[in-house]
Design a binder for this molecule. Sequence first.
Ligand SMILES: Nc1ncnc2c1ncn2[C@@H]1O[C@H](COP(=O)(O)OP(=O)(O)O)[C@@H](O)[C@H]1O
Ligand SMILES: [Mg+2]
Ligand SMILES: [Zn+2]
Length: 243
Amino acid sequence: MSGGWNYTIGVYGKPGSGKSTAALRRLLDLRAEARKLPGWRRAPYLFVFEGDGDFPRRGRDGLRLSFVHDHGSIAACEARLAQTADGIHVVRPRLDEVYCSICESPGRGLGRECSACGAQSERLDGGLAVALLAVRAARLSRGYAVCYFDEIAFVPGAKNGGQFSGWFSSRQAVRRHDRVAWVYSTQCASWPHPDLRKLTNEFRLLRMDDAMDARALRLSSVPPEVLDAQARLQYFEQLVYRK
Ligand SMILES: Nc1ncnc2c1ncn2[C@@H]1O[C@H](COP(=O)(O)OP(=O)(O)O)[C@@H](O)[C@H]1O
Ligand SMILES: [Mg+2]
Ligand SMILES: [Zn+2]
């Protein structure tokens, strides 16, 4: 049973408003929640695609968080996972780490048939390569995973202005069955692809003071009274709207 594990969480706030820190806390809450769900066997996997973002590595006391692990490649992260699932895995995939969206084999080049399965599949790299890591970790462990994109602007298949990844939209469609919770942050409310905004069922709103942001959030079904309350937030304050 994984019916309750149905999350696409957007963290919206201007630069420095506390998005990454709020996301870190939410990841730890989701971990605690997954441990209460029926059928969990091991620690839920927590992944972060950092892009050029800035995920917190230090706590309020300035000390390095011992449970945040940095990986300069998908391969390095997988090697670590072979030892332990514990902690938050912050991954910066290498440019050559590319996967086929159909057979999930590595090494598919751009615009070619997959050499492994022969399909004209989608090329998964960068943030979507980390997303694939999360989907596979949940599947192989028959447990739960969380994938957080720190700054959605660095994920071409999920940001506005481009084509929404067919593979990612299908993962969104079956997210409960995949047992993967999706989290993203954004400085501008219009940067996530409109389809991703539509699928977002938890908005964590931090300070934003531009009318364009309020407009994009209103179009994503955030009610006016919530937006009025958001307009009064100070830095690091947040409110949550679930739809
Ligand atoms: N609740 C908070 N109280 C005090 N400082 C905070 C809080 N949340 C974040 N910070 C600090 O503010 C800075 C920006 O936070 P961060 O989460 O990186 O924001 P963003 O991701 O929106 O740019 C960081 O130095 C962080 O440690
Ligand atoms: Mg940040
Ligand atoms: Zn393939």
